[in-house]
Design a protein around this ligand. Structure first.
Ligand SMILES: Nc1ncnc2c1ncn2[C@@H]1O[C@H](COP(=O)(O)OP(=O)(O)OP(=O)(O)O)[C@@H](O)[C@H]1O
Length: 252
């Protein structure tokens, strides 16, 4: 796809998340290399791989939190390096262990996030109300974050990712460490968001893949080893688990 200033501003791009030959190296070690894929508008895509495969590294490069050693990342057609602020406006990112301020309440933290994003007060109030409802935060809205369970903290992370109403969501293990009821709640939230957003979602829970994602990207030892429709990896969690195992056997 050719991106010009004109088509970036006059029409919505078709490709909302683009990884173009992304690579990150620590000395001789490749945490991620030659990662290329493009997620079209409206698609919900699972990003799978064993521990240490390179999922978070790739997501950090896509979101502008980590500079790639090679390649480019684009969000909604905007280059993550030269057009970083425009890309950030269109993107909501839930990092694996996002920073939260324990002495703040969800309300004060999210208001602060909204101010740093320069959201106008009427829009911010509307969005605070929306995320409090969508992320089921009302009962803890005025409690210090440091006193909240992991489940609530994870939902505050989701709320900050959704606050500015971005088109694109990059969610790094949104259900990690949650109990089964909380997992279900987050899954339902993602299903609802999937109606209007483009989503890249990393997870170790294969059930989430069948529930939410039409496409799977699978990474192993820093390289993309599968990119295709979820249906190509079987129609049950057992079959998916077998394929996952097959595709991620350690090569060393
Ligand atoms: N700053 C760093 N210095 C050196 N190695 C690093 C650094 N950050 C990540 N790595 C290594 O890069 C590899 C990929 O890490 P990454 O966190 O991207 O994996 P992951 O797929 O997200 O794993 P998990 O599922 O456990 O979260 C790992 O071997 C990790 O130890």
């Amino acid at each position: 796809m050719i991106h010009t200033d004109e088509n970036q501003h006059d029409q919505q791009p078709d490709l909302m998340i683009e990884a173009i030959g992304l690579g990150k190296f620590y000395g001789d070690f490749a945490a991620a290399q030659n990662i290329s894929f493009a997620v079209p508008r409206g698609q919900v895509c699972a990003f799978l791989g064993p521990n240490g495969a390179g999922k978070s590294t790739t997501m950090k490069m896509l979101t502008g939190y980590l500079a790639p050693c090679e390649g480019e990342a684009r969000i909604a057609g905007f280059d993550g390096d030269s057009d970083r602020l425009k890309a950030a406006d269109r993107l909501g990112y839930l990092p694996e262990n996002g920073p939260l301020y324990p002495e703040m309440t969800p309300l004060s933290f999210l208001s602060y996030v909204g101010e740093t994003r320069c959201l106008g007060s009427a829009f911010l109030n509307e969005r605070l109300d929306y995320v409090a409802r969508m992320c089921s935060l009302k009962e803890v809205w005025h409690k210090p974050i440091g006193k909240l369970s992991r489940g609530f903290r994870q939902r505050i992370g989701m709320a900050q990712a959704l606050l500015h109403d971005p088109d694109v969501l990059i969610l790094d293990e949104p259900t990690s460490g949650l109990d089964p009821n909380q997992v279900r709640g987050v899954r339902e939230l993602i299903e609802e968001l999937a109606e209007t957003k483009t989503i890249l979602l990393s997870t170790h829970i294969l059930r989430e893949v069948h529930a939410c994602c039409s496409r799977v990207l699978l990474i192993n030892e820093g390289r993309l080893v599968f990119d295709g429709p979820t249906s190509e990896l079987g129609d049950s969690d057992d079959v998916l688990e077998g394929k996952f195992h097959e595709l991620t056997l350690v090569t060393a």
